[in-house]
Write a protein that binds this ligand. Structure first.
Ligand code: ACM
Length: 265
């Protein structure tokens, strides 16, 4: 199965330009016979808002908005695409990842862990991160800063994810290395699609990547390259959780001794 991450520089609050840049990545994916494509967080809107009004001005409803319709249309040709959206709902804005496959909107995941000023315009999601199925493979969804909470990738793994799809707008320098660890500790593939460029005073780190179940980087982009990188994977490789001949990374856990993780007081 051919999987790609698309790296781009969204233009803050410029929907027309962002749609053009997303289209360029979709075309590149088609030319390269990509089956599964991940695009960055907030690729319809840009990131560094200064007010709720600014964020609202570029938000869209999923799946009726124009970015959704573009991705739905691309997905009709036997494709899965996951992209980050500034999502408008009747209850407010969310920083979301939406999945589209075979011309259908499969699911919208709303980012649980909001970073810095995102807390001023977005509501946090309140549902467990989901799995979507495509061509007999299972894909887990998370968004950017969810990476620093290893519970997210673990929950996705326990739910059966073979590949974690990860739209991102990374600012801190640690995530790409942390996702190598997320792969190793869960024996899953990960695909982080990051953005590039500087918006207002914030610089994003690029270096989008796809990791193997042992953490090996299978495909990478640089810190300033716009475009795609892709690789061919067999998602079933992630079903083998034996990290030595006597260690199963899920069954060897001692969850009864980890209860503090879920205690809130
Ligand atoms: C981030 O969560 N966009 C850093």
């Amino acid at each position: 199965m051919r999987i790609a991450v698309g790296q781009m520089e969204p233009v803050l609050m410029d929907r027309v330009e962002n749609l053009k840049r997303v289209r360029a990545l979709l075309n590149e994916a088609t030319m390269n016979e990509v089956e599964v494509l991940v695009l960055p967080e907030l690729c319809n809107s840009g990131y560094v808002f200064e007010s709720l009004e600014e964020a609202t001005s570029v938000s869209e409803e999923i799946p009726s908005g124009e970015f959704s319709r573009e991705l739905l249309s691309w997905s009709k040709e036997n494709h899965l695409v996951v992209a980050g959206f500034c999502e408008k709902t009747a209850n407010g804005l969310y920083n979301s990842a939406a999945a589209f496959a075979n011309g259908e909107h499969l699911i919208t995941y709303r980012k649980l862990h909001l970073f810095l000023n995102e807390k001023d315009w977005f509501k946090p999601g309140d549902e467990e991160p989901p799995i979507v199925e495509f061509k007999s493979a299972r894909f887990g969804l998370m968004v950017c800063f969810d990476w620093i909470f290893p519970e997210v990738a673990r929950v996705l793994t326990i739910k059966g994810a073979q590949v974690i799809l990860h739209p991102a707008n990374l600012v801190l320098p640690y995530c790409q290395d942390a996702m190598v660890t997320r792969s190793i500790e869960n024996s899953v593939f990960t695909a982080t699609a990051n953005r590039i460029g500087t918006e207002r005073n914030v610089t994003f780190s690029g270096n989008s990547q796809i990791t193997d179940v042992d953490g090996t980087r299978l495909a990478t982009l640089t810190g300033n390259q716009a475009g795609l990188t892709f690789t061919d994977i067999d998602p079933r490789k992630a079903d083998d959780k034996m990290i030595t001949e006597r260690n199963h990374i899920i069954n060897d856990r001692k969850p009864e001794l980890y209860l503090r993780i879920t205690q809130t007081d």
